[in-house]
Structure formats: C-alpha cells, structure tokens
Design a protein around this ligand. Sequence first.
Ligand code: 13P
Length: 278
Amino acid sequence: MLELLNAALADGYAVPAFCAWNAEIMVTVLSVAADMRAPVILMNGPPEFELLAPQDMGAVAHAVAKRFSVPAALHLDHGSALEHVQQCLAAGYTSVMLDYSARPFADNVAALKQTAQWAHPRGVTVEGEIGHVGQADTVTAEGGGDSTLTTVADAIQYVAETGVDALAVSIGNAHGQYTKLPQLDFQRLAELHAAVKIPLVLHGGSGTPPSDLKRAIGLGIAKVNVATELVTALRQSLETQWQSGQNRWAPLAQAAAAKAVAPVVERWIQSTGAAGRA
Ligand code: 13P
C-alpha cells in the first residue's frame, strides 16, 4: 500500500480505500477501478470479519484481484487487537491498521510499534491513528464515540516512536453519515503534513464535499476511506427491491445491489483524482 500512497502523495491525488466485505463488492470495486485505470485499496475489519474471517477474506480478495490488471492493496481497517494484525498478516493482507486511538498514548505507541515489527519485515504497510476519529451517526460500526483532534506534537512523537508508514488524522472528520457538513481544520492538516511528511489518511470519507476533499489532498491526504456511502447504496437497493416485490430470489437481489454500489465507487475514484493513475 505504501507504494500506492507515495505515488499519490508525490502526484497530488489520493488512493480511495473502499470497504469491501464480500466477493461481489470486491469485484464491483476492482472492475470499476480497472475500467478507470485507478489504483484502489480494498479494506475490511472486525465488523466485516463477522461475515467472513480474515483467512477467508484474504483468500477471496487474492483470488478475485488476480483477474483485474489494476494495482490494488488489501488493508485491515480498524483492527482492534494485535490478534487481528497477526491473522491478517497470515492471510496475505498488504497493509494493516491497528486502531488504538481511543487508548492511552503509551498503549497506542507500544501496540503500533509491535505491529510495525511484525509487518515491515514482510513488506506490509502499517497505518496508525493518533487523536481519535469518532462517529457522526449510530449506524456505522467504525470508530467510536466523540472525536479528539490530532495535535502536531502527538503526531511527531507517535510517528517517530512507532515507525508507522501512514497516519490517520482527526481534523473534524467523522465516520458515518454527516448530519451537517464537516468543518475540516485545514490549518491543522497543513501543520501535520509539514511536521510528519508521511502519507496522511482521511477516515470518514462519506459525505465530504468534493471541494474540501480536493483541498485536503493538496495538504497531504493520500488515502481516503469510504464505507457508509457503499453500505447505504447496497441497503437502499435491497430495500427497494424487496419492498416492490422484485428479486425475491436472494442471489438476484444481491447481484443487483452490488451493481448499485458501482456508481459510488466511480464517483470516489473521480473525486480523489485517482482515475487514470494506474
Ligand atoms: P465512512 O463510513 O464515513 O465513509 O468512513 C469510512 C472509514 O473511515 C473506514 O475506516
């Protein structure tokens, strides 16, 4: 993943990271990315592991990705225990995020340092989070509670002590469906970018206005996480089909719902500037 992020940072775009929780969503993301010649990141984590364990998720992603000639990474998103890191490394994930951002600074540092020690010899990228990106709604299964903004001093110390390759920052962003437009702190982002140099990650991509996104990318955001908009497109498709009595044969409904996710993927590949970069 780091190769993809460094190229994006150097050329002023971001790589979209899409929550991909099963084979059909992976195929949808990869086929849109291949059509648009865009690098992409497939990501999933503990809520998605309820559906498929990391071992199986990794096997499915690798099998599917082989069919598409597009640079793609497979990322553990919001791992919540060191065990998730170990499971995903064994399953062939190419990057791992362990999210200890709600825990004390020293615990976060120690766990991410351990993660980097396991991941780096295998060429696997590590993402950490300092400050905390909370939730904007009660539907999302990611992040948790209220946000704490990332401070420059914490970011410098955290990156130096852990050796993480990419840093998730809290600058007014939140996971889930925004009820009012996010107020991103661009001054803080500029200072973080100047201070730590490594690719920065914007969690809570869904609902971010394209103009804000563009400005954030110009200030060091090289990876943008998107989940809620994909989940919502799928849920709405299933609800519409079943309320109208269409496709009561579940595989057909799921096939139609996976297709409903494609326009969302396309829009994010455009707005991150990733189109045509592969
Ligand atoms: P959204 O669900 O708000 O798009 O956030 C996704 C995310 O940050 C996953 O880590």
